[in-house]
Ligand binder design. Structure first.
Ligand code: GLN
Length: 468
């Protein structure tokens, strides 16, 4: 059998008695094996997945199954699952087995999802192409010569290649939305604080959020309903009640006219985005150009603050408390130096060095302190802009998926994040939704952002505006 593309189709097939969860899980694992050359999975969890599937089939028969019964889910290789390997796609954590589960993993299992494996990603989620993984690149399922995006490249590819219905991943500066755009699937970054980060291997703690990727928004909604909400083990999760998902018939949508002309913008992605804007207007929504203050500061501010946080978070991987230990090291300092030099790849080392620099005495005020102030201004401006609107609309990325090896300069790679980092800097929810196919054959996405904690309304609006 072939795995139904979406969880809601799978649920209907289960209800009609057409399939069992066990048969679907076996089909998902077979598909993962058939697509092995794309290097999507670092490991499939065959035994625990098939055992869980049998348990869910029994629960379905007994009428006690949870809301995700029938969902086949992959998890990014930075989410901990007790008794299973997790490596953040780094040599540093090669062979590490997690003793505990992330809250999101516990919640999807309690809701009776099957977890089929862990997906490849950029090392410690740092990258936009999945090329910084210590375990090799991932091929885009729509054209294996191209990247799937990053850092959640394996996650997006796992959905696009039909190996699962939903992928759980993390988004620090665009890592769910950009790969979703490159692989033609939908991806959602929740409001900061809506989903627990407990058990997510930290990159930049004030930016990181866990979220889902799927073929359509209906599946994103199903998984969000299970993973969102407060968690005593993550004090940054919010107790704010969920806003209503009611969407007004006619929406007020803002778009950044000037940012459609940023350097590197693919003219066809720009024109198609403008065509979508015209369509939304023709449907009776108010779509207005809005000023984007300080857009030139988004990417620099993100890279100063996120590398500072990363240098602190990754200090624990020293060969003593955690991670790879160099064999020939002598003494503590030599152990640190050699273990970290051997364990971390070049991009992670670059970011640790940059982050350590911006936090160091003498430079702290000029870079980190200044970055914090600018972040506050960006957040205030973003919220002011959103005050009179329901949604903000941008392309998700300036281009479609590029070729493997095409971008070698780190700064050019960082500019991939031009449209996505604003949501992380401001802590607002954002989603990428497939918007069609470029004449080069590759998909591209449109990004919608909304006010903090309007996650459910954003998803409902996206489903209405961009049925896919
Ligand atoms: N591409 C961005 C970076 O490299 C975003 C990564 C992410 O969201 N984890 O930092």
């Amino acid at each position: 059998m072939t795995l139904p593309r979406t969880f809601h189709e799978a649920k209907a097939a289960l209800a009609s008695g057409e399939f069992t969860v066990k048969a679907m899980t076996a089909a998902a694992l077979a598909q993962a094996r058939a697509k092995a050359d794309l290097n999507i999975f670092l490991e499939t969890f065959d035994d625990s997945a098939l055992a869980k599937a049998a348990e869910v089939d029994a629960k379905i028969a007994a009428g006690t199954a949870g809301p995700l019964a029938g969902a086949i889910i992959s998890i990014k290789d930075n989410l901990c699952y007790a008794g299973h390997g997790v490596s953040a796609s780094s040599r540093m954590l090669k062979g590490y087995v997690s003793p505990y589960s992330a809250t999101v993993v516990e919640r999807i299992l309690a809701a009776d999802a099957v977890i089929i494996g862990r997906t490849n990603c950029d090392e410690f989620a740092m990258g936009s192409s999945n090329e910084t993984s210590a375990y090799g690149q991932v091929g885009n399922p729509l054209d294996p010569a191209r990247v799937p995006g990053g850092s959640s490249g394996g996650a997006a590819a796992s959905v696009a290649a039909g190996t699962c219905h939903i992928a759980l991943a993390s988004d620090t500066g665009g890592s769910i939305r950009q790969p979703a755009s490159f692989c033609g699937v939908a991806g959602f970054k929740p409001t900061y604080g809506r989903v627990s980060r407990y058990g997510l291997i930290a990159f930049a703690s004030s930016f990181d959020q866990v979220g889902p990727l799927a073929y359509d928004v209906e599946d994103l909604q199903a998984v969000q309903a299970v993973i969102a909400g407060p968690d005593d083990r993550d004090n940054t999760t919010s107790h704010r009640p969920f806003a209503t998902a009611d969407v007004p018939a006619k929406l007020r949508i803002g778009y950044y006219a000037q940012c459609l002309d940023v350097p590197g913008m693919d003219p066809e992605v720009r024109d198609r985005t403008l065509a979508e804007i015209d369509r939304l207007r023709a449907e009776g929504h108010s779509v207005v150009p809005v000023e984007l203050a300080h857009a030139d500061l988004f990417v620099p501010t993100y890279y100063i603050l996120s590398t500072a946080e990363a240098s602190s978070n990754l200090a624990r991987f020293d060969g003593i408390r955690y991670g790879h230990r160099a064999k020939e090291a002598q003494g503590v300092e030599d152990t640190y130096r050699r273990s970290r030099s051997e364990g971390f790849g070049p991009e992670v080392q670059r970011r640790i060095l940059l982050g350590t620099f911006v936090l160091s005495a003498g430079y702290y005020d000029a870079y980190y302190g200044q970055g914090m102030k600018v972040r506050r201004i960006i957040r205030d401006n973003t919220l002011e802009t959103l005050a009179g609107l329901d949604l903000l609309l941008t392309p998700t990325c300036p281009s479609t998926a590029f070729l493997k090896g095409q971008i070698s300069d780190p700064v050019t790679m960082y500019l991939q994040d031009i449209f996505t980092v604003q949501a992380n800097l401001a802590g607002i929810p954002a989603l990428s939704i497939p918007a069609g196919q470029h004449s080069n054959g590759m998909p591209f996405g449109i990004q919608l952002m909304a006010k903090p904690f309007e996650d459910e309304r954003l998803l409902a609006a996206a489903r209405r505006l961009f049925p896919c």
